[in-house]
Design a protein around this ligand. Structure first.
Ligand SMILES: Nc1ncnc2c1ncn2[C@@H]1O[C@H](COP(=O)(O)OP(=O)(O)OP(=O)(O)O)[C@@H](O)[C@H]1O
Length: 275
């Protein structure tokens, strides 16, 4: 499936998140300068940039791990401040980090319900309701189009792509408004990545959850994203819809280290009237 198969995001889709003028330094290191990003309902936004550009810092601010030095976050039309990841989660913002936080020697269904297990009473005892969790997990994975050998498999036996899909599925089980995926395709091969890209594509088609995706492979961005924000030296150097830009332009901008406006302005000076 590629971008053309999914209708473009409606222009009327409401803005669910606005991070405005976010700056953050760690001692003498400036990680973010006046960064503003916007996310619409159901949108898949790619956050790209070189190592050290500030992507992780931005999503850690959104997830409540860091607090910004300046700037505001407006979620569902309300200004919010996150003192901890728990605060962000309470506002419907879920983040899947690269370590996935799955327990390898537990089954898929146990991982899916970790911390929110179903219980049943039996002979006066409070026992895990494994049957219910198994059924629910299977149903839920089917809805998301995630195919694994069995929900009884231990997570260690799954491929990297399947593990990533389970971590995403677990995060969206609580119906968050915003899902942040920190390099979900890192270290995955082509077939593995296809699993995860398929899942993101399904989410995008359903348009229930808005997704921020940190990704390094530009080709994959054009497969599954509606919009791209390119961060460079702590600033947003490009904010464009995937329909309005191309992989070639993105690579040109990334290589130049400038934003599209700066490139166009420079081109206009060289060839007035052509830009
Ligand atoms: N906790 C921290 N303490 C000190 N400096 C930090 C901390 N976190 C990030 N930085 C610095 O902030 C800058 C931005 O880092 P960040 O991790 O946000 O970039 P990134 O775009 O996610 O990079 P990568 O793609 O390599 O993960 C870097 O110079 C980094 O060294």
């Amino acid at each position: 499936m590629n971008t053309q198969d999914i209708p473009p995001l409606s222009k009327d889709s409401p803005v669910v998140l606005e991070m405005s003028n976010i700056s953050k330094s760690f001692g003498a290191v400036t990680a973010l300068v006046d960064v503003s990003i916007k996310l619409r309902q159901g949108e898949v936004l790619a956050l790209v940039g070189d190592n050290g550009a500030g992507k992780s810092t931005l999503i850690k601010i959104l997830s409540g791990f860091h607090q910004p030095d300046t700037g505001t976050i407006v979620s569902q039309g309300k200004e919010v401040r996150f003192a901890s990841p728990r605060d962000a989660r309470a506002q419907g913002i879920e983040t899947v980090y690269q370590d996935l936080a799955l327990i390898g020697d537990l089954s898929v269904f146990h991982n899916m319900f970790l911390g929110r297990e179903y219980h049943k009473r039996f002979l006066g005892l409070n026992l895990l309701d494994n049957r219910k969790m198994r059924e629910q997990a299977q149903l839920y994975l089917d809805t998301l189009g995630i195919s694994i050998p069995s929900v009884n498999s231990t997570v260690d036996l799954l491929s990297g792509g399947q593990r990533q899909c389970i971590a995403v599925a677990r995060s969206i089980y609580s119906s968050p408004k915003i899902l942040v995926l920190d390099e979900p395709l890192a270290a995955l091969g082509v077939r593995e990545s296809a699993h995860v890209l398929g899942l993101i594509q399904n989410l995008r088609q359903q348009r229930q959850v808005s997704v921020i995706l940190i990704v390094h492979n530009y080709n994959q961005i054009f497969e599954v994203c509606d919009r791209i924000n390119f961060l460079h030296s702590g600033e947003v150097a490009l904010d464009a819809s995937t329909a309005d830009t191309s992989e070639e332009e993105l690579i040109r901008i990334v290589k130049s280290g400038l934003g599209r406006k700066a490139i166009d302005a420079a081109a206009a000076e060289v060839r007035p009237g052509l830009v």
